[in-house]
Design a protein around this ligand. Structure first.
Ligand code: 2HG
Ligand code: ZN
Length: 462
């Protein structure tokens, strides 16, 4: 190791693990976006809050920027280190610290994978209900940094609802213990919520106290085939009126075709334009009868064309795979991802307008629509045609996103529902947040990260 800054780091944080191999720099320097060439200075793997604090203080002394790093499953470039930053990986801070049965909380280090937190909660007869497909790799810290949503938001809300306490190291190097697991706390600004969704731009989340809830009820999974998206919200209403919904997800036939080509099993003999997968509580016969009543109501009114109910856990997993397998099935097409939100009530109008606009202006692209329709959150993936150069593709996709941003402005929506702004959506932040709001955000950053060292260039340019 020859870089004097790294020598100084090792002197400041004794025993710190550092990686500088080219393969490690590449591995830790990028996330799932794959668009930027990773080029970090090095990767630091702290083992304690004190180590993290030492790293941040060193950054302030040397001026080296930091990129906090969890499972790097993000899709907005929030964890990319392409400019000589030090990657601060929480990978080694992966311990479950404490469970409290009275408070119903689980304290974890930030590098604990989401699935490990879920399993720890389950081992105590409770649940951590935040859930999404990358649960095995994504970390609790990363999910807090993006206020991750996922497939159960319709029932449980976003990550934000489940954070009872946070320990953070600010960009100024201070350790803050925020909210300390309290249920009620009306003592001034709730700084905890500033860090939820801050994408590593204010400091590093090092520990979290998570709220837990009752274990989920027994559930069934139903897959529905729909004739058009215009009926989507009516189907949602029919099911929500009659059942406790744990998830209500949507995808198109195009999405299904890709998942089937990737090895999933076809659910119906025929193809249909749109699909919904819903999971609902079914503790007793009454609830199962209600599910059938919802289905029959939809069938009689032409809102659904076909349906299948899971008869076993294995079949439920098979039906979920049709939805959860979409991202993986599309990966080989290097999709350009959009993750938009509108109010649920605005969803049909937004869908109609943007589908028509995209078909008219960009017929050269295959566009895959899917997402968390019960939350008003759509993932609009534009697939790269094999023959098109990557740069030309990205340039055109940026025009597509501009078009979406315009529609979002008209419908009062958001350019990022759950993936964050990162690098990918930075040019479109103003379609969602006013100039005055962005100015306030910059002011907050200035206070917590006065030297602009925390994940610079992400969300906005300081
Ligand atoms: C999902 O809902 C994830 O499956 C990924 O948020 C979405 O790949 C995407 O665009
Ligand atoms: Zn999603």
């Amino acid at each position: 190791m020859t870089d004097p800054r790294l020598e100084r780091l090792l002197a400041a944080v004794p025993g710190l693990r550092l990686k500088t191999d080219p393969a490690d720099l590449e591995h830790y320097g990028r996330d799932w976006t794959r668009r930027w060439m990773p080029a970090p200075l090095a990767v630091a793997l702290p083992g304690s809050v004190e180590d993290v604090q030492g790293i941040v203080r060193w950054a302030n002394e040397t001026g080296v920027a930091l990129v906090p790093s969890g499972g790097r499953t993000g899709l907005s470039g929030g964890a990319v280190a392409a400019n000589g930053e030090l990657v601060l990986s929480l990978e080694r801070m992966n311990r479950v610290l404490a469970f409290d049965a009275v408070d119903r909380t689980l304290a974890v280090q930030a590098g604990v994978p989401l699935q490990v937190a879920q399993e720890a909660a389950a081992s105590h007869g409770l649940a951590y209900p935040v859930d999404f497909a990358s649960r095995g790799s994504a970390t609790v810290g990363g999910s807090i940094a993006t206020n991750a949503g996922g497939i159960r938001v319709v029932r449980y809300g976003n990550t934000r609802e489940w954070v009872a306490g946070l320990t953070v190291v600010t960009g100024a190097g201070d350790v803050l213990e925020l909210n300390r697991g309290l249920v009620k706390n009306s003592s001034g600004y709730d700084l905890r919520h500033l860090f939820v969704g801050s994408e590593g731009t204010l400091g590093v989340v090092v520990e979290a106290t998570l709220r837990l809830t009752d274990p989920p009820p027994p559930t069934n999974v139903m897959l529905l085939a729909l004739p058009s998206f215009e009926v989507l919200m009516q189907v949602f209403a029919a099911f929500r009126e009659r059942l406790q919904l744990e998830a209500f997800e949507f995808f198109t036939d195009v999405a299904l075709r890709h998942v089937l080509a990737h090895g999933a099993q076809a659910p119906f003999a025929e193809t249909h334009p749109y699909y919904v997968v819903t999971e609902y509580a079914t503790g007793d016969e009454r609830e199962e009868a209600a599910a059938l009543a919802a289905f029959e109501h939809c069938l009689e009114n032409g809102l659904v064309l076909d349906g299948v109910i899971s008869q076993s856990d294995a079949q439920a997993a098979q039906l979920w795979r049709l939805r959860e397998g979409i991202t993986e099935a599309l990966a080989r097409y290097k999709p350009y991802k959009n993750d938009i939100a509108v109010r649920v009530s605005a969803m049909p109008a937004f869908l109609a307008e943007t589908q028509a606009l995209l078909a008219q202006e960009y017929p050269q692209f295959e566009v895959v629509w899917f997402g968390h329709i019960g939350d008003g959150n759509l993932h609009i993936n534009v697939l790269k045609p094999d023959a098109m150069e990557n740069d030309a593709f990205v340039a055109q996709c940026e025009q597509v996103t501009k078009l979406l941003a315009g529609a979002l402005q008209r419908h009062g929506g958001s350019i990022s529902a759950e993936h964050g702004i990162g690098l990918v959506k930075k040019p479109y932040l103003s379609s969602t947040r006013s100039a005055a709001e962005v100015a306030v955000m910059k002011g907050i950053k200035q206070v917590l990260d006065p030297n602009g060292l925390m994940n610079p260039g992400k969300v906005f340019d300081a």
